[in-house]
Design a binder for this molecule. Structure first.
Ligand code: FEO
Length: 135
């Protein structure tokens, strides 16, 4: 059973962004599997780096898309991305300094899905759909 699963509640109605969110969830699951199977710290760090790097790529793509549709709350959305990356970086640094990832980190990943993708990302999908209907 995977740690996180993509389902319709995460559908942002933008194909490319849905695809990227699915990849993001894959990276999260790979990291969780390594953590659960007590993989060597170097392997966990590689999985952490891979997730972090893909997140940077996804946020960049998503911001480009939001800018292209003139999303009215672009700045707030971008700030949330910056906050997520900053929290992620804090956990990553703590791990590099010898701490374990622990429940707090995986709760953070879960809340990223439930608070950001399910709410904020879904909102831009609704906005894009309404804008298309008006055009
Ligand atoms: Fe898909 Fe706003 O992150």
């Amino acid at each position: 059973m995977s740690f996180l699963i993509w389902d319709q509640s995460l559908d942002v109605k933008v194909g490319k962004m849905n695809d990227e969110h699915k990849i993001l969830i894959d990276y999260m699951n790979r990291l969780h599997d390594k953590y659960e199977s007590k993989a060597p710290r170097g392997d966990i760090l590689s999985a952490l780096d891979a997730l972090y790097n893909y997140t940077v790529e996804h946020f960049r793509d998503e911001e480009k898309y939001l800018s292209s549709i003139n999303y009215p709350v672009f700045d707030a959305h971008k700030r949330t991305h910056e906050d997520l990356l900053s929290t992620f970086q804090t956990h990553k640094n703590a791990f590099k300094n010898g701490k374990d990832l622990g429940d707090q980190f995986f709760t953070f990943l879960r809340s990223w899905l439930t608070n950001h993708i399910k709410v904020s990302d879904v909102s831009y999908g609704n906005y894009a759909e309404k804008s298309k209907a008006k055009a």
